[in-house]
Design a protein around this ligand. Structure first.
Ligand SMILES: C[S@@+](CC[C@H](N)C(=O)[O-])C[C@H]1O[C@@H](n2cnc3c(N)ncnc32)[C@H](O)[C@@H]1O
Length: 240
């Protein structure tokens, strides 16, 4: 699956997927699941939130910008929004900007997220506002303190065009062995360039070439214990 050229498929086309074990979406384009089969919501908390020092880092920030490579089902967004609502103070604002080649349809997002009663409210709110034909930049003000932007198209193009100032990154682009485009040195350099001083990244990936690309891009990379028996994951901060 590594030879997929996103240009051949075309940005904005529907996500090619099938359902396994009832409600588990599986990408037929990339030959991978969208999240770990143990529990994707808990994995999000372990890898992406804790790996970026969240929710603690929210405490003294009037605004916070999270970038994500790969919106998929919106699970990471929904779990982050849930935790944000528990920890935020009045006046604080979160912007979650995700980059996605194949935006899912509303019914697919709804079906995938219905597995977790913990994010029922977030699933319903997201599905209610999600457009029928997502394209360009889908910008949703989900509540007075939370904005979601999904930039449709190749992550490389979207991140290149984005303004700098990202405080944290969720790198979630399928297994590196199946989608090397989402872990290229070129993309990791752009991610680092667009990161604010003191900003961070986290990912479940632990492949050597991903670690080297992130380090070459300018991150101080740390290895941590992965989720649910995975030996390692990576996280780190932008080196000064
Ligand atoms: C592991 S899934 C993301 C899961 C997601 N974060 C969630 O919460 O459900 C990877 C996503 O990356 C997207 N993707 C793959 N290659 C891409 C590319 N070159 N640019 C942008 N998105 C890409 C896929 O369409 C897929 O939705």
């Amino acid at each position: 699956m590594t030879d997929i050229n996103p240009d051949q498929i075309g940005a904005g086309k529907p996500q090619p997927l099938e359902w396994r074990d009832g409600d588990m979406p599986y990408s037929t384009a990339f030959g991978d699941h969208f999240y770990c089969q143990t529990d994707g919501r808990l994995e999000c908390g372990h890898v992406f939130l804790a790996g970026n020092g969240l929710p603690d880092r929210w405490s003294d920030r009037p605004t916070f910008l999270i970038g994500e490579l790969g919106f998929g089902t919106g699970l990471n967004f929904s779990e982050t929004w849930r935790q944000w609502k528990l920890h935020r103070r009045p006046g604080q604002h979160l912007h979650f900007m995700s980059f996605e080649l194949y935006p899912m349809r509303r019914a697919e997002i709804d079906r995938a997220l219905a597995r977790w009663p913990e994010i029922d409210a977030e699933r319903q709110a997201l599905a209610a506002l999600w457009p029928d034909g997502p394209e360009g930049i889908v910008a949703l003000d989900l509540d007075g303190q939370t904005r979601l932007s999904v930039v449709c198209g190749r992550a490389l193009d979207g991140v290149a065009a984005a303004a700098p100032g990202f405080d944290a990154w969720y790198l979630d682009g399928f297994a590196p062995s199946r989608n090397s485009d989402m872990w290229s040195e070129e993309l990791m350099r752009l991610v680092c360039e667009k990161t604010a001083p003191g900003g961070s990244f986290a990912t479940y990936a632990a492949a050597g070439f991903v670690r080297r690309n992130l380090a070459a891009a300018g991150f101080a990379v740390e290895r941590r214990k992965g989720f649910a028996g995975k030996r390692e994951m990576l996280c780190g901060v932008k080196a000064q």
